[in-house]
Design a binder for this molecule. Structure first.
Ligand SMILES: Cc1cc2nc3c(=O)[nH]c(=O)nc-3n(C[C@H](O)[C@H](O)[C@H](O)COP(=O)(O)O)c2cc1C
Length: 151
């Protein structure tokens, strides 16, 4: 199973997580690459890959800089994503009570609307916690890989 780790970031946390997830998968004998959403087109989504989407929240519950253009294209995209499997890992800060971790949810809604299937638990990192972002993501990783392989 080839895994593509897509990330949207503003201050770099999601990029670090995405790279750590891809490195871990490759070290474990899987095949994975991390790609910034600003370098990725919705047309490239295919059932042949499994997608891990790592995305933070900025503004007032909005997407981070590198995910904004992708989201615009994704909103206009009319392809059928039936058969595409993905998992979501959202970054946020519960200090922002009303909009906690909402950035990734904009992408999640569109994946679902287009017919893709979300696999496993929705992963989250809260910047107000003491947890290191990559530790949380690496703990989450095997659960979604197992779920994807079983799906
Ligand atoms: C200006 C600013 C606005 C933010 N707005 C939100 C928000 O509305 N909701 C939320 O959950 N987190 C918010 N955050 C927290 C970020 O999502 C969090 O710091 C995250 O780890 C950043 O990841 P990134 O480096 O990949 O962009 C905000 C952070 C900043 C600096």
């Amino acid at each position: 199973m080839n895994t593509v780790v897509l990330y949207g970031t503003e201050s770099g946390n999601s990029e670090l997580i995405a790279q750590d997830l891809a490195d871990k998968l490759n070290a474990d004998g899987h095949s994975a690459e991390a790609i910034d959403l600003q370098d990725f087109e919705p047309e490239s989504l295919t059932p042949e890959n499994f997608y891990l989407v790592v995305c933070s929240t900025h503004g007032d519950g909005e997407l981070p800089n590198t995910a904004i253009e992708f989201h615009e294209k994704f909103t206009a995209f009319s392809g059928d994503l039936t058969g595409v499997k993905y998992a979501m890992f959202g970054l946020g800060d519960s200090f922002y009570e009303e909009t906690y971790s909402q950035g990734s949810e904009h992408l999640d809604r569109r994946f679902t609307e287009l017919g893709a299937t979300r696999i496993g638990e929705y992963g989250r990192h809260d910047a107000s916690s003491w947890d290191l972002p990559s530790d949380v993501a690496l703990e989450w990783l095997p659960t979604v890989i197992e779920a994807a392989e079983a799906a």
